[in-house]
Design a binder for this molecule. Structure first.
Ligand SMILES: Cc1ncc(COP(=O)(O)O)c(C=O)c1O
Length: 427
């Protein structure tokens, strides 16, 4: 098993180590293993936001809009180039992941008007399942849900890691399918679906795919253009480090931009926006998919963080994620497996992103106790999952090593049994 000294050596040779100090760290003893949920605050964001408040909003007032008006597309281009493998003119940064998911799905379904089936999987993130249920009800569609959820509380442990395989998907596809939607990384198990293979398969049946890349953006080297992705959406607050509730993004491949329409026709999508005409006429390019005034404050957070990601490169970021998650799995095998944990994440580093997921019957208590008693922040997901992440720009290897060490010692001690009842429903 990898030793602590070896983790220190990994840090010494880490080309991304110089980024760690560029993020706010108020407690040097904290092991923060939850960058897959909310990333750390870049110091530069504080400076850039202060400048924006004082020198732009404060000083320029409404005149500032001359400079801000196209910022959702400009930051979209940056994010697309830095993290999505997207050429210019295909990404917008605006609104929330859920809203972008709704409009991407609705647009795809309406581009296949004679088809009545939509497909999702049970292991997908709740908002995606709920939004699609709503669309299916509204448009009277046949909603098919692939059953790939890991159910461990009832004693049944699925070895599938929630992965969607082409073999399984093919059995659901036919000429009635308008839309298929999956997450790039399964939010709970951490398994990485094969975008290229699955997209290609769905295209053979003439359907479109919407990918939710929330758990992949900023940690997996996504190649949307190369993989012929149709539409994709995702957040910026996880490995994107852009802050709680920061604006989300939407990718619309150029080949589809004239074929699809967004369900909400806001004034930012209007061809000559400030002519204020009586009829909607869609602007060309990504601007035609923007609904409304973007949060410029939020965009500045996204811009600052994705400039860091661009500088670091997804090649090095994804390499560090693979080394860090390998290290976690080694420590898991040696010290956590004997304590009753099970691994939900694929062992092949090409089949995961930045987090691993481990099951334990007392996961909720352990995850809560670690925060209180051990200064480790993991995250917990029902029914029995603890997710542990390496966020390559913000974590050192030794922080991950220490976190895993504290988890093993804590569970061995049994002290988590003494932790009381939860004081909040937020996990
Ligand atoms: C995979 C995935 N999709 C969608 C969402 C929902 O995001 P939002 O609340 O930003 O709409 C999340 C939130 O964590 C997520 O993990």
């Amino acid at each position: 098993m990898i030793t602590r000294d070896q983790a220190i050596e990994l840090d010494q040779n880490d080309p991304l180590n110089k980024f760690v100090g560029q993020f706010v760290r108020t407690d040097p003893n904290l092991c923060y293993l939850d960058g897959n949920s909310l990333g750390r605050l870049p110091k530069k964001t504080i400076e850039n936001l202060n400048n924006f408040l004082l020198n732009e909003w404060g000083a320029e007032l409404v005149n500032g809009w001359v400079n801000w008006i196209d910022e959702a597309q400009q930051v979209g281009d940056l994010l697309g180039a830095a993290a999505l493998g997207s050429k210019l003119g295909q990404v917008l940064v605006a609104d929330t992941t859920s809203v972008n998911f709704y409009r991407a799905c609705k647009a795809a379904i309406q581009a296949r008007p004679n088809r009545k089936t939509v497909i999702i999987d049970e292991a997908n993130f709740p908002t995606d399942r709920y939004v699609l249920q709503g669309i299916a009800d509204e448009l009277k569609l046949n909603l098919v849900t692939i059953q790939n959820d890991i159910k461990t509380m009832d004693g049944k442990y699925s070895e599938s890691n929630e992965l969607i395989t082409p073999q399984v998907l093919e059995t659901y596809l036919n000429e009635d399918v308008a839309l298929v939607t999956f997450s790039v990384i399964q939010y709970r198990s951490g398994a990485l679906n094969d975008i290229r293979q699955l997209t290609e398969l769905v295209h053979r049946f003439g359907s479109l795919v919407v990918w939710d890349a929330s758990h992949a953006v900023g940690v997996v080297d996504l190649q949307f253009d190369k993989n012929n992705v149709d539409l994709a959406i995702g957040c910026t607050y996880k490995y994107g480090n852009s802050g709680p509730g920061s604006p989300a993004w939407i990718y619309v491949n150029k080949k589809l931009q004239n074929e699809i329409n967004m369900p909400i026709q806001g004034w930012f999508a209007q061809k000559d926006q400030f002519i204020m005409g009586s009829q909607f006429e869609r602007a060309n390019g990504m601007r035609g998919f923007q609904i409304a005034s973007p949060s410029i404050l939020g965009l500045r957070c996204v811009k600052t963080s994705f400039e860091l990601i661009q500088e670091a490169t997804l090649k090095l970021i994804s390499q560090k994620a693979a080394i860090g998650t390998n290290m976690m799995i080694e420590i898991f095998d040696e010290r956590l497996k004997p304590l009753g944990f099970k691994l939900a994440t694929p062992r092949d580093s090409q089949m995961r992103g930045g987090h691993i997921s481990i099951h334990h019957k007392d996961a909720e208590k352990i995850a809560r106790g670690l925060r209180v008693d051990k200064n480790v922040i993991p995250d917990y997901r029902v029914p029995d999952c603890i997710r542990l992440a390496i966020s390559p720009l913000t974590n050192t290897y030794v922080e991950i090593w220490d976190g895993m060490d504290r988890i093993a010692e804590y569970v061995k001690s049994g002290d988590f049994h003494k932790i009381g009842e939860p004081k909040t429903s937020v996990t």
